[in-house]
Unconditional design. Structure first.
Length: 262
């Protein structure tokens, strides 16, 4: 009997044939049937286990290996995304983010600072906006500086269906067992402005270069020194064998708005 049929039978209240089923838990331990009433077992385990049919076990009812009437795991469940308490501690003790805001700053600005499970970063008031004045080809292997126009000021207007590069006001030092993902803020997303940033890898440090796309048919305004995106911090189950600094990544210790490198 496959899992779908078995699950349907349990929901319908039908009697489940006496057959051994092996549980393949997410966290790596083995759990198996203890009771003939399979609905009891499913009710206590469906949030913790994934299932795999196990034929060829002789059709016997089998018991939990540990002999206990409850489910146990080898390791405690760990939440990979890091909270505001962890972010604050890492910034105060290890200077992970500089400058660091201990709370959310609003006061008529697009918000930035620490949040429940992340940190809202600011965009520095210096931008490079795409231009077709010189009709240059955008080549990542041979980038032409004439593809951009430099803009320095508290505001930047990105033309319709165009693109700009910027950098954060914060400097980052990423721990060796942490990977950071950047997502956009809803305020700009609702205006058709999309922020794309590749992951901040373990041991990388520097100012983060931001890629901002205006997907609308209208000019769009970006405010310097205000919030632009949110960072989410994920802790790995162990440190990587080779981190960004070990392989001498080409964007290590970058300052200013950094163009593509080879």
């Amino acid at each position: 009997m496959g899992f779908v049929k078995l699950f349907t039978s349990m929901i319908a209240g039908e009697k489940v044939p006496e057959r051994a089923f092996e549980c393949q838990p997410i966290l790596g331990c083995r759990f198996v049937r203890k009771f003939h009433d399979f609905r009891w077992f499913d009710r206590h385990s469906r949030r913790h286990l994934s299932w795999r049919s196990s034929r060829g076990t002789g059709g016997r009812g089998i018991r939990v290996h540990s002999g206990l009437n409850r489910l146990t795991t080898k390791h405690p469940t760990r939440m990979p995304i890091k909270s505001d308490k962890w972010i604050r501690r890492m910034c105060e003790e290890h200077r992970m983010i500089e400058p660091f805001e201990t709370g959310q700053v609003r006061d008529g600005k697009i918000s930035y600072g620490i949040s429940s499970y992340g940190y809202d970063i600011r965009v520095s008031p210096e931008f490079k906006v795409f231009t077709n004045v010189h009709n240059s080809i955008v080549d990542p292997k041979n980038f032409d500086d004439r593809s951009f126009v430099d803009i320095v000021g508290p505001e930047c207007i990105i033309p319709p269906n165009s693109f700009a590069l910027a950098r954060t006001e914060e400097y980052f030092r990423i721990p060796r067992d942490v990977l950071v993902i950047c997502v956009g803020k809803s305020t700009y997303a609702r205006c058709g402005l999309i922020v794309n940033v590749t992951p901040l890898e373990p041991t990388w440090e520097g100012y983060l270069t931001l890629e901002i796309s205006n997907t609308t048919p209208l000019p769009a305004k970006v405010y310097g020194s205000e919030g632009i995106a949110q960072l989410l911090f994920f802790e790995g189950d162990e440190e990587p064998e080779v981190a960004y600094a070990d392989r001498k990544g080409k964007y290590m210790n970058q300052h200013g708005v950094t163009l593509p490198k080879m």
